[in-house]
Design a protein around this ligand. Structure first.
Ligand code: RIB
Length: 293
């Protein structure tokens, strides 16, 4: 195998997040007046790529944006973080949008309009750059992730799947993932840890919100303790966890140590509003880790 070019390649979505702050999340049929409003760069793919880069991993992003202001903003955010965008295409569709409600406990509800994200990998020749880790989520076409993971496996990279948002995933795709990182809801939607291990995943890391995370393989089960904070906005917390975990994995540390850094990164991300603005640096994660040792 030739040397990988990047530590982590992220194949994923790029969204403009339209965030309304509310006293509580709306009930069916209810109209609410927002207490605040802001727009942030986001999308699970962009968030996870930025999380990796802030954790010190050389990172490339594979995705699509539209030929519009939101697309230009997202491209410049990625470039500003030092992320390689040579596989970020500008396509003839609007940049993805996420409509996000955040309540006064920091809980959220999100609706994503795919836009340009639906075109990721929809070109005749789809190749991802070589890397140690290939990370994908489910806001881009599933066939594209399958191709990316096939390439990852034949290049000797570790394929990490964040099955978010929860949706039906073909076995042919699940069986290509080495590591699957769902939250509890997503885990239930794809048949739970036992199903994932039976399909070929070596490890399943389930994020448990304020309870930390669990790491399961066929031979072991480890609980990762939470890092306690007072959350103001949980948007992007899962992305911070996964990005940090993948960045650490690309350094060759154990999966347990990687997930411990991930858990701290995820917790820190809940203390700042917005997705991309909340993603911590490795220095901040290390400082927080030291404060509890
Ligand atoms: O995980 C949070 C992200 O989900 C938001 O940034 C939003 O864009 C959606 O993709």
């Amino acid at each position: 195998m030739t040397d990988p070019i990047f530590d982590v390649v992220v194949v994923g979505s790029a969204n403009l997040d339209l965030v309304a702050n509310l006293d509580h999340l709306p009930m069916p049929g209810e109209t609410l007046i927002a207490l605040g409003y802001a727009e942030y760069p986001g999308g699970k793919g962009v968030n996870q790529a930025v999380a990796c880069a802030r954790m010190g991993a050389t990172t490339a992003f594979v995705g699509c944006v539209g030929n519009d202001d939101a697309g230009s903003l997202l491209r410049s955010v990625l470039e500003g973080e030092g992320i390689d965008t040579s596989h970020l295409r500008t396509v003839d569709a609007p940049t993805g949008r996420a409509f996000i409600n955040v309540d006064n406990h920091g809980e959220n509800a999100i609706v994503v309009v795919a836009g340009a994200n639906a075109l990721v990998g929809k070109e005749e020749q789809f190749d991802i750059p070589r890397s140690r880790v290939v990370l994908a989520q489910l806001e881009v076409p599933l066939e594209t992730i399958e191709v990316a993971f096939s390439q990852a496996r034949s290049n000797g990279a570790v394929a990490v799947l964040n099955p978010a948002p929860a949706r039906d995933i073909p076995k042919s795709l699940l069986s290509l993932a080495n590591i699957v990182v769902p939250n509890e809801t997503e885990s239930a939607a794809i048949g739970g840890t036992v199903n994932l291990l039976n399909l070929g995943a070596t490890t399943v890391i389930t994020t448990l919100g304020a309870d930390g995370a669990s790491i399961e393989s066929t031979s072991s089960n480890t609980h990762i303790a939470p890092y306690n904070v007072t959350p103001v906005d949980t948007v992007g917390a899962g992305d911070a966890f996964i990005g940090a975990t993948c960045a650490e994995l690309s350094r060759g540390v154990s999966i347990e140590d990687a997930a411990r850094m991930g858990a701290i990164a995820g917790a820190l991300a809940t203390t700042v509003k917005g997705a991309v603005p909340s993603l911590p640096t490795r220095q901040a994660v290390l400082a927080a880790q030291k404060s509890v040792q």
